[in-house]
Design a protein. Structure first.
Length: 117
């Protein structure tokens, strides 16, 4: 398994959760790591991304200001800190590895997040 996501669970609205994605295999400075999510009955959507070098981050409008993506390169782990969660954040969250401008080629198995109101 190249990407192993963990940290999902149930949380009440307004609470916090931190997801982790442990990356194995080769990772290069030009790699980009990202989190996507898929809610029941909906398409998978982009949540956040970060350059492996840690310098550049991007967020979807729906999570901007509430979620923070970060990298611990020494541990080959990517995190998604989720604060002020809302019921609409309920989804299976997937981590992905890609190359900037070329899409994502490696996907984790997903970790489920349920936010209750």
């Amino acid at each position: 398994v190249q990407l192993q996501a963990s940290g999902g669970g149930s949380v009440q609205a307004g609470g916090s959760l931190r997801l982790s994605c442990s990356a194995s295999g080769r990772t290069f400075s030009r790699n980009v790591m990202a989190w996507f999510r898929q809610a029941p009955g909906k398409e998978r959507e982009f949540v956040a991304s970060i350059a492996w070098s840690g310098g550049s981050t991007h967020y979807s409008d729906s999570v901007k200001g509430r979620f923070t993506i970060s990298i611990d390169s020494a541990r080959n782990t990517v995190y998604l800190q989720m604060n002020s969660v809302k019921p609409e954040d309920t989804a299976v969250y997937y981590c992905a590895r890609g190359i900037s401008g070329s899409g994502y080629y490696d996907w984790g198995q997903g970790t489920e997040v349920t936010v209750s109101s």
